[in-house]
Design a protein around this ligand. Structure first.
Ligand code: 13P
Length: 279
């Protein structure tokens, strides 16, 4: 799986990570990826894993869908913001291709130590690991945080000492809706990518301009995470469908237009990440 992300870094595009928020997301994301010939990452955030049916259920369901839909583009199943060592190990055992351990709230020595335990376990099972330094701001599934820029020396230490595959350095991006204009730390991004050669991951991409996304890709970001943008498109369409017909109650009639909205938004994201026709 790492080779796909390394290839993206080398060729200056990013593989989009789209967060899965329910079963209909899976089909829509896969359709969009196949249609545009883009490699794709389906992310499940640890905070909503029970809502999604658990690690094993959601991982097997995605794999079954890939098979039944005859998907031919590379699909990576990723645990987003893994909160505990136990949860990350469960995801590895369930068959995920990639896990993120989010030790960013821990002191750096502890973040390194715990991330390393996951890396050792995951690598034995050919699963890749993403780590995080600093604090991505905003609201991630109920967890509110403020932006705290990643320190260069912490990034270097976590990447090297934990033997990471990908690194998410917090550099001003925010989960959820931005208040005001996003202000990414491009100078810091440049320093980090010069110091470490593993691909970088940009969280909180919804609301970041197309130009800034391309700039981040040029500065080593080869995986870019989107959640809010798709949820807004889905919920806007759902509201509109229900408002347009006050008597509608058939679930498929209600949900089908919002499925199209998810698919269309993912297609747009793929183009922003320059990953179309890269499969
Ligand atoms: P957004 O919800 O801001 O798109 O962020 C998604 C994300 O970073 C998931 O880890």
């Amino acid at each position: 799986m790492n080779t796909f992300i390394q290839k993206a870094k080398k060729s200056h595009y990013a593989i989009p990570q789209i967060n899965v928020n329910g079963l209909i997301w899976i089909e829509c994301i896969l359709k969009a990826a196949e249609k545009t010939r883009s490699p794709i990452i389906l992310g499940t955030t640890d905070k909503v894993i029970d809502f999604l049916g658990g690690y094993d259920f959601i991982c097997k369901t995605i794999k079954n869908k890939v098979k039944s839909m005859n998907i031919t583009v590379p699909v990576i199943i990723h645990l987003d913001h893994g909160l505990t060592l136990e949860g990350c190990k469960k995801a590895v055992d369930a068959g995920y291709d990639s896990v993120m351990f989010d030790g960013s709230k821990l002191p750096i020595d502890e973040n390194i130590a715990q991330t390393k335990v996951i890396v050792d376990y995951a690598h034995k099972h050919h699963v890749i690991v993403e780590g995080e330094v600093g604090a991505i701001g905003g609201n991630e599934d109920g967890v509110i945080g403020n932006v705290q820029y990643a320190r260069l020396e912490d990034c270097i230490r976590l990447a090297k000492e934990a033997n990471l595959d990908t690194l998410a350095p917090a550099l001003g991006s925010v989960h959820g809706k931005y208040q005001g204009e996003p202000n990414l730390g491009f100078k810091e991004m440049e320093e980090i990518q010069e110091a470490i050669d593993i691909p970088l991951v940009l969280h909180g991409a919804s609301g970041i301009s197309d130009e800034d996304l391309v700039r981040a890709i040029k500065l080593g970001h080869a995986k870019i995470n989107f959640n809010t943008e798709i949820n807004i498109a889905w919920s806007n369409q759902l509201r509109q469908t229900l408002t347009n017909d006050q008597n509608i109650f058939n679930p498929q009639q209600i949900l089908n237009p919002s499925k199209d909205a998810i698919e269309e938004t993912v297609v747009q994201i793929i183009h922003k990440c320059l990953s179309n026709n890269r499969a």
